[in-house]
Design a protein around this ligand. Structure first.
Ligand code: DX5
Ligand code: ZN
Length: 209
């Protein structure tokens, strides 16, 4: 079954605890962390993760869009991250970042910008729990899904069948069938879930139920 991880980026920031309760049926909660360097936007920091942790027993899937993720690995783990994903295009040595995540006890993930080939993850795939295939340029919610990156799902699943492959960016009711067909295990969806009147029903539709 396809898992859904609503992205808090599209939630109402004035009432995050409440927003979390609107998506109780989700398998995971996707938390986007931006530094104004790796991406041209700022979002939230470890304090938000820490404040939300006691409010939910769901998986916290933390997506680090940071130029220098290395020093922040223990910080976000301590704040309550279950899965920690960083970008292979970051400025730190991916091997060192991955080792830091392994040592932290979080489940490691790596993300690919739309133009980065799947091969960039081949040296690490065996050690990863999840991979995030970005279908928009990271930085903002509410963008249109690019189809070309979906091809990477098949490549990654063929080589590393154990991986949880996430698709992040522009997933909505219209694009979800395509993304499921491409083999994604988990759909990240911000706008499509939080802007819906009934998030539970929106998530069911994204799953194809
Ligand atoms: C973009 C983020 C996404 C974003 C998805 O940089 O990584 O998680 O919030 O938002 P939607 O679903 O609105 O495209
Ligand atoms: Zn994300």
């Amino acid at each position: 079954m396809t898992m859904i991880a609503p992205s808090l980026l599209a939630a109402d920031f004035s009432a995050m605890g409440e927003q979390l309760r609107r998506v109780q049926q989700a398998e995971a909660v996707h938390i986007d962390i931006m530094d104004g360097n790796f991406v041209p936007n700022l979002s939230m920091g470890p304090q938000m993760v820490e404040a939300l942790r006691p409010q939910s027993s769901q998986i916290f899937d933390v997506h680090l869009m940071l130029l220098h993720p290395l020093p922040y690995v223990p910080v976000f783990r301590k704040a309550g991250a279950d899965w920690l994903t960083f970008h292979v295009e970051c400025a730190d040595d991916p091997e060192r970042v991955l080792r830091a995540i392994e040592e932290s006890g979080a489940k490691p993930g790596m993300a690919l910008k739309p133009a980065t080939p799947a091969e960039a993850l081949y040296p690490y795939g065996e050690r990863l729990h999840c991979v995030t295939v970005m279908t928009v340029e990271p930085g903002f919610g509410g963008q249109k899904l690019m189809e070309a990156p979906l091809e990477k799902i098949r490549q990654l699943k063929e080589r590393f069948p154990h991986l949880v492959v996430e698709v992040d960016g522009g997933v909505n009711e219209e694009t979800a069938p395509l993304v499921r067909q491409a083999g994604a295990d988990l759909l990240v969806a911000g706008t499509a879930v939080f802007r819906a009147e009934r998030p539970a029903e929106a998530m069911a539709r994204l799953r194809g139920e």
